[in-house]
Design a protein around this ligand. Structure first.
Ligand code: G3H
Ligand code: 13P
Ligand code: ZN
Length: 335
């Protein structure tokens, strides 16, 4: 049984000082590509689905595709994670589907746009913990809002994670993982010019919260060679810019245990499909372009697993169940 609570992966990553890649999925080819990379790299992996992904796949398809990935790969520890859950109802739905981990993004209101107050974030996060923890399910929360240091977000003001607030938030919620805002943002256009990140903030938060797994969202590097393929074959992605892998690697010693990547996979897939369309316009069998797309994503993900240091660690993970986690939290007085 390779389906594990995400907490197990985070704790193992802390022990080995590496980060686990969390890759967003919407369909079969993405899931197959990520699992092929995990097999090749012997890496633990987090497969995550956003609300948009669950809607796109009509929930049940994604659930069974994830379970198929687990069944096909008994030697690879996999956590099934809800990305950016916006409400207790969404969290309940994901847990009902069999997810072993959920994110409640209480940094934003239910509309996933409007920033919340610290108290509102605390309130929804606590309600999610109260629901998920007795079930053994891992909980990730977010403090501070994503968005470029230059651009600001939501209200127009920059909202990097405040270390004092992080300390108070974790003391009051005991979340398993905390997503921190250090100037990254989702998507392919993260910076107007050179990347500007508050990496020192991670060090300070980790100094105060050494036992909390930190999560980096918006961690796609937007590799120029992949953007070039998209543009060469008719795409238009001018000035796309991401987070350099060197920056991500630099914060792994400071407690970053989960690194979220979606955009890079989208670019790899799109480039591969565009290439087939441009070079072989006579082709109309979807396998002719979905297979190269799947291969391109697998190569990208394998590279990430190696760079994050997770490669080779699959065999070390204890195969704990949600039942085991219930006892884990009970023994620590966390339920
Ligand atoms: O959090 C952002 C992820 O890239 C998911 O994106 O909401 O378009 O599925 P999505
Ligand atoms: P990217 O858009 O940088 O891939 O970030 C994905 C993410 O943070 C998903 O939660
Ligand atoms: Zn995110």
């Amino acid at each position: 049984m390779a389906l594990v609570p995400m907490r197990i992966l985070l704790d193992a990553a802390k022990k080995g000082t590496y980060a686990v890649g969390a890759f967003n999925v919407n369909n079969m080819e993405q899931i197959q590509a990520i699992m092929a990379a995990a097999r090749e790299m012997k890496s633990p992996v987090i497969i995550q689905a956003s609300r948009g992904a669950l809607k796109y796949s009509n929930l049940i398809y994604l659930k069974h595709l994830m379970l198929a990935a687990v069944e096909e790969n008994p030697d690879i520890p996999v956590a099934m994670h809800l990305d950016h859950g916006n409400s207790l109802d969404t969290v309940k739905m994901a847990i009902g589907l069999g997810f072993t981990s959920v994110m409640i993004d209480g940094s934003l209101k239910e509309d996933s746009k409007t920033p919340t107050t610290f108290e509102e974030n605390l309130d929804i996060t606590r309600r999610v913990i109260d629901y998920a923890r007795p079930l053994g399910v891992t909980v990730e929360a977010e403090l501070g809002t994503l968005g470029g240091i230059e651009d600001g977000v939501g209200s127009g003001t920059v909202n990097l994670t405040d270390p004092d607030q992080a300390e108070e938030f974790v003391a009051k919620t005991n979340v398993d993982a905390l997503a921190v805002a250090i100037g990254t943002s989702h998507g392919a256009y993260k910076f107007k010019e050179e990347p500007k990140l508050a990496l020192g903030l991670v060090k300070e938060i980790n100094r105060r919260l050494p036992d909390t797994a930190l999560v980096m969202h918006g961690s796609s590097s937007v590799p120029q060679e992949l953007v070039d393929i998209v543009n060469r074959y008719g795409g238009r992605m001018p000035n796309a810019r991401g987070v350099p892998m060197t920056a991500i690697r630099s914060v792994i010693p400071w407690g970053v245990r989960k690194v979220n990547v979606d955009t890079d996979g989208r670019i790899a897939i799109t480039g591969a499909i565009r290439k087939v369309f441009a070079e072989s316009p006579e082709k109309f069998d979807p396998r002719d372009y979905l297979k190269p797309a799947r291969d391109a994503l697998a190569a990208l993900v394998a590279g990430k697993m190696r760079e994050l240091g997770a490669a080779g660690h699959a065999g070390e993970i204890e195969q704990k169940s949600l039942e085991d986690m219930k006892a884990f939290y009970r023994d620590r007085g966390l339920v």
